[in-house]
Design a protein around this ligand. Structure first.
Ligand code: FE2
Length: 161
């Protein structure tokens, strides 16, 4: 019975790990899609350098990028917090969990602000500017969060499983 419980626990851990890795891959794909959509993310040019078709395509994709960022990150952070809560020992200090949860809230707040700014540029027809500001914020927030929280957490999950 004990071995069976242990097996279940290990299997659950592997599934959790796979879910997190799958969602991290979706976030990476989101960034790649941004990079492949606006080709002026990291230069000083804007939509006037692109042809009419490309401009129309970029324009049409902005709302979807804004929606997906919100949906993807909110769901991912929820899953991550659920997995973390499950693995906490009752006698363990929850300060790490609380700190990580708070960091998620700050990232979501920053993305909410980035979405508002990008949407304002979109409404003004400044499409490259919308992509540039969104990309800069997403890269900054996700890189910082992964380095400070997610990478060490995933490493500890692998070591424990
Ligand atoms: Fe996280």
């Amino acid at each position: 019975m004990k071995n069976r419980e242990l097996t279940d626990l290990q299997l659950m851990s592997t599934e959790d790990l796979e879910l997190m890795q799958t969602e991290h891959e979706r976030l990476h794909r989101y960034i790649t899609n941004l990079e492949e959509t606006c080709i002026h993310l990291q230069d000083n040019l804007n939509c006037s350098s692109c042809d009419k078709e490309k401009r129309a395509s970029c324009h049409g994709r902005v709302p979807s990028f804004l929606y997906v960022l919100h949906e993807l990150t909110e769901k991912h952070f929820y899953h991550e917090e659920f997995i973390m809560a499950k693995r906490l020992q009752p006698d363990q200090s929850n300060s790490y969990f609380e700190k990580h949860k708070h960091a998620h809230k700050l990232v979501l707040d920053a993305f909410h602000q980035a979405i508002i700014e990008a949407d304002a540029n979109y409404e003004l027809g400044k499409i490259a500017e919308a992509y540039k500001s969104l990309y800069a914020k997403v890269m900054h927030e996700l890189k910082t969060h992964a380095y400070e929280f997610d990478d060490p957490f995933i490493k500890s999950m692998i070591e424990k499983s």
